[in-house]
Every structure is written in C-alpha cells, then in structure tokens.
Design a protein around this ligand. Structure first.
Ligand code: UD1
Length: 386
C-alpha cells in the first residue's frame, strides 16, 4: 500500500514524525504484502533551515522524497504552484491515499489536487473550527474536511463540529466496507504522541535553558506569527507593549521570532518601542527554535503567550498555562479547563490574564488522547483501503 504524506509548514513536519514512526512500527510487525510505503512530499512552503530542515534532522523523520520548492507568495500563487506540483506527482505514480495535516495552504493544495483525481484523502486534525472566516486556516480546514474520506479528529469538540455538519461517525471496518463515503473517527492528537515521545530526549539534548541562562518557572515564552497580529500595527504594538511591561517587572521574556514577524516588526512598531524592546536586558528575541528547544521552553516557562494553535497545546501537555493572543481558539478545551485565557491582542486583557494565570492553581486534565493516536490512525487507514 502506497501513501503520499504531504507537508509544507513547520507544524506539519513535526506532526508527520508521529505518523512516520507508526509506519515504521507497522512494517516491522507485518509481512511484506501488508506493508505500507510512505512517500513524503514537502511543498516547500517553509524553506528556511530553522523552519524546516532542522526538524527532519532532530526528529529523525525520513527526508522528503519530493520537494516542490514553492516558497513564499500570495495565497493564490503559493497554493496554485502546490496544486500543480502535487497533481503531477499523483498522476505520474499510483498512490492508494493521501495523508494531510492541519490547515495550512499545503493542506488545501493537497486536498484540491487529490480529490480531483479521486485519490482518497485522510485528514489528520480534522473538525477544528475557529468560526472566524477571516483566518486563512479556517478556509483551508473547511475545504480539506469536505473533500476528505476519513476525518481524523483529535478532540471531542472537533468530533461534535463534524457530527453537526452532517458527517457520519465510525471506526468500524464493516462501515468502511459498505460504501466509500466520508467518515469521522475520533483519534486523539498526534502532537500529544510527539510531545510524550520526545520529552525526555529533548531535556537531554537541548541546551537552551543554559544557553539563555534561564531558570525553570522564571520566564515567559511568547510566539507571534498570525497575520491578524503581524499585519496590524495596533495588534503588534499592544502585544509588544504588554511583553515589555512584563519584562520591566524583572521577568525574562523569551521570543522565538517567526520570519513573518521578524520582517514586519520594523514596519509595524514605532522606532521608540522597537528601541525599548531591543535594549531591554530581560527580552530575548531569538531565531525560530528547534522542536527540542521549544519543548524545553514550553515545559519550563511560567506562562506561555501565543497566537499559535500548536504552542497552546504543547504548553498544555507540559502543564504550562497560556495567554492566547487571539480572539478565539480551536482548542476550546484548554480555555474551558481554565488553563488558557483568550486575551486577543488587547494590552489590558493580556496583562490581566497573565496575572490571573500566575496566581491561581490550574489543572490539566488529559484531553488529547493516549499518546498513540498515529498508530490508531494508520490502522484505520489500512482498514479503509483494504
Ligand atoms: C503557516 C500557516 C499557519 C501555521 C504556520 C506555522 C498557512 C495559511 N498558514 O503560516 O497556519 O500556523 O505556517 O509556522 O498556511 N517565511 C520565511 N521563511 C520560511 C517560511 C516563511 O521567511 O521558511 C516568511 C515569508 O516572508 C512568508 C511568510 O514568512 O511570506 C509567511 O509564511 P507562510 O508559509 O505563508 O505562512 P506562515 O505565516 O508561516
């Protein structure tokens, strides 16, 4: 059985590590006729070493078999280049299925290309909704869900979203065999698989804590990359003013900066604010962190502040509370559990949320599966295709 895994953006490379491990494990325990051959296609959406190659090296993921090198561009340009390249790969060689992750432009392109030539799509991280159509990711995930054969959803909320939208739930082989329709399967979260699998290794291999001279529980970790924040001078200013004021209380603030944010900072912040930030000894602006460094930072931070979906979740896995720099989140379980507070890009709400999370006891119930989601997903894919 041949599967094409499509990745392109940083978080997908990380998610794919869990699936590749599941494939390797499967092949060790199955005879040659039942083996799964995974071919990895990288669209090239992320191309900087610290946004892409570092993760392959660190996580031991097989190098991509194909790289389309699409690079940056407007949504239309970037997605069109990807569709063209993926279509070519799928027509030149036979694949039983395509595996897609999350909600990026690479996911969208994979879904459009595969569906038009009738290759079944397996969507990992299906069913999530922000209910905010201004987010490119919301459009991407809705389109991908609607074109997928099996929608693997990580959470109960994702499952409910899909059932309300009229998708049929099953994890039964009999059901898959009846028709080749579209099915919802609650699978747990492959990111939780990875965080559990790599946590100890990350502690051993990462030297980020000593390199930055950080003490556990004594610093804030912040990441900002969403267009709604990076493209708005008001939003970016409010977030950085809040981070500056926290740094001025004596707390260190570590900011691994996404290339998008790095490029826009001088345009969007006043020269004065930029100067305060760059001269503040408690603010550490660093390049995008490797996965092991990021895991260590998330685990040891007192608070995470982020507009990233993945970072919200990883903070939760490591029992670190999060100030969410967005008006809404797909990971509502984290907010409902009291471990995250939505603060948008509002200075006052950020500071209040920070103070609240620093001062109250917080629980982190198990919400994201059993750390074996990828094994379960692979089993279901094989069932579907047999
Ligand atoms: C993308 C995903 C987002 C995900 C994020 C993780 C979409 C629509 N968005 O956002 O859901 O959370 O990845 O990081 O797919 N750039 C570089 N080097 C790189 C990559 C990007 O310099 O290696 C710069 C370019 O200027 C580019 C900009 O960052 O134009 C944005 O990159 P893009 O891939 O379009 O979206 P992200 O913001 O990374």
């Amino acid at each position: 059985m041949r599967l094409l895994t499509i990745i392109g953006a940083r978080p997908q490379i990380i998610k794919a590590a869990a699936f590749s491990r599941a494939v390797a494990k499967w092949n060790v325990t199955h005879n040659i006729e039942s083996q799964v051959q995974e071919v990895i296609l990288h669209t090239g959406q992320h191309y900087d070493d610290n946004m892409s190659a570092v993760f392959f090296r660190e996580l031991g993921i097989p190098e991509p078999d194909i790289n389309l090198h699409v690079g940056s561009g407007s949504h239309g340009t970037q997605t069109a280049r990807m569709i063209e390249g993926i279509e070519q790969v799928l027509t030149e060689s036979h694949f039983e299925g395509v595996v897609l992750y999350g909600d990026t432009n690479s996911t969208l392109a994979g879904a459009v290309a595969a569906s038009k030539i009738h290759v079944p799509i397996f969507h990992i991280e299906a069913g999530l909704r922000s209910w905010n159509m201004a987010m490119p990711e919301e459009i991407n995930r809705i389109v991908c869900d609607s074109l997928s054969s099996v929608l693997f959803t990580p959470t109960e909320t994702g499952r409910q979203n899909l059932l309300h939208a009229g998708y049929v739930e099953t994890d039964s082989k009999v059901h898959f065999h009846n028709t080749k329709g579209q099915y919802v399967v609650l699978s747990g979260d492959v990111m939780y698989d990875n965080s559990s699998f790599f946590a100890t290794m990350a502690e051993q291999k990462s030297d980020i804590m000593s390199r930055l001279n950080l003490e556990s529980g004594q610093f804030v970790l912040a990441t900002i990359h969403r267009p709604a924040n990076t493209d708005s001078a008001d939003n970016l200013t409010s977030i950085f003013r809040a981070l500056l004021d926290i740094a001025n209380t004596g707390r260190k603030v570590v900011i691994p900066l996404h290339p998008r944010t790095h490029k826009l900072l001088p345009d969007k912040l006043s020269a004065e604010l930029l100067q305060y930030i760059s001269s503040n000894p408690n603010i550490y602006i660093i390049p995008p962190a490797s996965f092991f460094d990021m895991i260590c930072l998330e685990k040891h931070a007192s608070i995470v502040m982020t507009d990233s979906g993945g970072v919200q979740k990883e903070a939760f896995f490591f029992a670190t509370p999060t100030v969410i720099l967005r008006p809404e989140t797909e990971w509502v379980e984290i907010v409902n559990a009291g471990a995250g507070i939505l603060a948008d890009a509002d200075y006052n709400r950020i500071i209040t949320a920070y103070q609240e999370l620093m001062n109250k006891p917080i629980h982190f119930p198990p919400l994201f599966g059993d750390a074996h989601a990828a094994d379960f997903i692979l089993e279901k894919i094989v069932e579907y295709l047999n």
